[in-house]
Design a protein around this ligand. Sequence first.
Ligand SMILES: *Cc1c(COP(=O)(O)O)cnc(C)c1O
Length: 393
Amino acid sequence: MSPPVYLDHAATTPVDPRVAAAMAECLTADGVFGNPASAGHVHGEAAFERVEAARAAVAAAVGADPQEVVFTSGATEADNLAIFGVAEHARPRGRHVVTARTEHKAVLDPCRELERRGWQVTYLAPDERGRVAPDRLAAALRADTVLVSLMHVNNEIGTVQDVAAFAAVCERHGGAWLHVDAAQSVGKVALDFHASGAALMSLSAHKSHGPKGVGALLLSRRHGVRIEPRQFGGGQERGLRSGTVATHQVVGMAAAFALAVAARPAEAIRLAALRERLWRGLEAHGGALRNGAPEDTVAAILNVSFADVEGESLLAAVAPRISVSTGSACTSASGEPSYVLRALGRDERLAEASLRFGLGRSTSAEDVDEAIAAVGAALSRLRRIGGGCAIAS
Ligand SMILES: *Cc1c(COP(=O)(O)O)cnc(C)c1O
């Protein structure tokens, strides 16, 4: 059997050797292995300097100031810190939060938890392309709204949202801070924290060919953002995220972000061409419906629903050959049809029979052609044996 085609979700690829080398330097006896919090100690000083250089590099990659960066274990932790941190801090002013149905679970589940604790949450519906209309946001804001959490790039569809328009709405409202989950953005689309107008922003390293288990929350100084910490201890990260900073991890994140930002302009063009090649090939198999519009989705993601085929069988037939998923890694584990596609208006059956193709640094035209052929073979076999009866049920 031929090996699987590596249509790469950035998240499932190995880190770049240059990133790995920078990380390794922070682990071994001849490298920078000290505790960055042990100031005054020679090894500690060296590690501190590496961490601060990484902070500066991460900030530079996303248009932020180094003082605005709080390192975390990933975007999940950053989302949780943002949502609970703002909600707790702003509790005296109000207990209403606005988000969208298409957010990642790392935003939706903290919002559900806030509801259990007595907050009120409004879940905005996106349009059929996955975008939340700024007007809808404006209409949802109330006197007691303290936080709006809306993502930049959707992880399943690739839809890019107009963060600056959301920020303008929040600014007019006056009382609500905008938090943006930008876990998917770095290297896929231009990202500038200050220009975006967001008050808080979550980042993740591994969606940009970096190491897993590291990310950051950005807190805007211009907005004077204040949050309550979630974790207490040594007071690292200005008391907002206690715990020894993982030197090798933040160094890896900084290196990966620098590479991703430098490669972005050329990669966006290369991947857009590959994505259209993939779409044309899949479309030719018949019954393919594209989720999200090409003009407002990142080139690295193509999400397609297939008519007249059963979702689970399609994924089972295709997954051993090509790396695709039906949704995010988290929702496909539950076996539920994607709530993101359902929110875009796809019926349950089509939402189930959908594949998310990720294109990345390692993806070639040959990979794309193999993927087209593999999906085509699976579709014709399944549609033949399905004979329409499974479709009617
Ligand atoms: C992957 C992802 C997350 C979670 O990030 P981790 O770093 O894996 O915790 C959150 N939001 C979005 C949009 C993502 O794609």
